[in-house]
Design a protein around this ligand. Structure first.
Ligand code: GUN
Length: 295
């Protein structure tokens, strides 16, 4: 079987076009312009590239974006003051602090300072708790993007066995929680595998849907999946490649070449989950703007 490629770029493009029209209508009907603040501390190359992508995506659909770039040495206290200022700025509906933060800054302190009403990453424990009990809230962007990518490509999640490889707070754990909810586009049976799982293949071979979110190339190989499986690859790994202008290329966490021969559908890297993550950030920013005015 040759897998159908789950084109995240196209799905993201369709959703962003819908949102572009929604932003025009919010401006016309309510004089409301959704605003996102993106805070970057330091110059981690991957983070710089993500933040640029987020700003451009906002501009394209008419969301106001404020970029706050600060040097690696930016003190924690100043960052907390900046968050407070953004919490009180009525033009800002979403605050995103790009992770990872430099070592001298306590991530938790910073993320907890963000007003949960502006927490478009869905990382504040108040929102994590609401998600866990199935209440409406800001859903974390990568897991929500994965769910939308499947649904919009007519891959049903209902009653499927989803095996997630990776237990991060950003992807693995929240995705597991979202997909097992008694809600539309969920109702899955979920297994979470991680670095201390004895035989990951034993679980992934039983999966209808495998999500590779371990942050390591070749974590999911062809011998670890069954014929007809759906594979969602969340990995973004830079591999040295001197034939490329940048000196590297991106690969996911799954062995795409061989896994795609067995899978019925698979997401590419790049162009799979990545564009969906940014799309759900735009979605959350619009949601927050609407909630701020109850429109
Ligand atoms: N770093 C990697 N992924 C993310 C994300 O989804 N949000 C933030 N804020 N930082 C990240």
């Amino acid at each position: 079987m040759d897998a159908k490629i789950l084109d995240g770029k196209k799905t993201a493009r369709d959703m962003r076009e819908e949102m572009r029209l929604e932003v025009i209508s919010l401006k016309e009907k309510h004089n409301l312009i959704p605003g996102l603040a993106v805070v970057l501390v330091g110059e981690n190359p991957a983070s710089v590239s993500y933040v640029t992508g987020k700003r451009k995506a906002c501009e394209k659909i008419g969301i106001y974006s404020r970029e706050e770039n600060h040097p690696e040495t930016f003190p924690e206290e100043k960052l907390l003051t900046l968050i407070k200022e953004l919490n009180n700025d009525p033009a800002i509906h979403g605050i995103l602090v790009q992770l990872p933060l430099p070592k001298h800054i306590d991530d938790k302190k910073v993320l907890y300072e963000i007003n949960p009403d502006k927490d478009v990453d869905g990382f504040h424990p108040f929102n994590v708790g609401k998600m866990m009990i199935g209440e409406d809230t800001f859903l974390p962007c990568t897991p929500h993007g994965i769910q939308q990518l499947l649904v919009r490509n007519e891959i049903s999640i209902e009653s499927k066995h989803v095996v997630i490889v990776g237990r991060s707070n950003i992807v693995g754990k929240p995705l597991a929680m979202m997909l097992c909810q008694k809600l539309k586009n969920a109702n899955a049976t979920v297994t979470v595998c991680h670095t201390r799982t004895k035989d990951i293949g034993h679980f992934t071979r039983q999966a209808d849907i495998v999500v590779a979110a371990a942050g390591r190339p070749n974590t999911v190989t062809a011998d670890m999946v069954s014929e007809g499986v759906v594979v969602v690859d969340v990995g973004v790994n830079r591999i040295e490649d001197n034939t490329r202008e940048k000196g590297y290329r991106l690969v996911g966490d799954a062995d795409f070449e061989n896994v795609s021969k067995k899978a019925s559908a698979i997401t590419p890297v790049p162009g799979g989950v990545g564009p969906m993550t940014i799309t759900m950030l735009l979605h959350n920013t619009i949601k927050s703007a609407r909630l701020s005015r109850a429109v």
